[in-house]
Design a protein around this ligand. Sequence first.
Ligand SMILES: *[C@@H]1O[C@H](CO)[C@@H](O)[C@H](O)[C@H]1NC(C)=O
Length: 155
Amino acid sequence: MAGAWASASAVLLVLALTHLGEAVVYFQEEFLDGDGWKKRWLQSTHDPNFGKFKLSAGKFYGDAMRDRGLQTTENSKFYAISSRFKPFSNRGKSLIIQYTVKHEQKIDCGGGYVKIFPSDVDPENLSENSYYYIMFGEFKALIFVDLRQGSLMLF
Ligand SMILES: *[C@@H]1O[C@H](CO)[C@@H](O)[C@H](O)[C@H]1NC(C)=O
């Protein structure tokens, strides 16, 4: 399962390379089918204050359709959304996980992360406390601004 936190725009790809170099794609999301993503991605209800994602190409893009992704809708909110893929093992193979983030605002405090969770994670209760295998992404913080605005990044 892959989860996205506060990503301005996300294209997720998880694949494993065999020793011979051919790749098996385990998960890919390009948001090319209109509202179809709403059936594949579940917004966590762990915290009623979590913000909601919407599909958007944002303010600037190369292609209005192909460059769409999940966009955060409000400032100073936490976001948690996830999509499930079939469990797999990459034993003996390289694992490649990639995603794209576009920040349209000047961010004082925030970030967008991708996490890979065990298959038994509860997507409806997804939170910063959910156990995960892999996490990466960008984080930016100016602590004095952070405290004055009363928002705090928890991870
Ligand atoms: C939600 O997850 C938290 C840990 O992150 C756990 O303590 C809590 O029991 C879970 N709630 C439900 C309804 O599963």
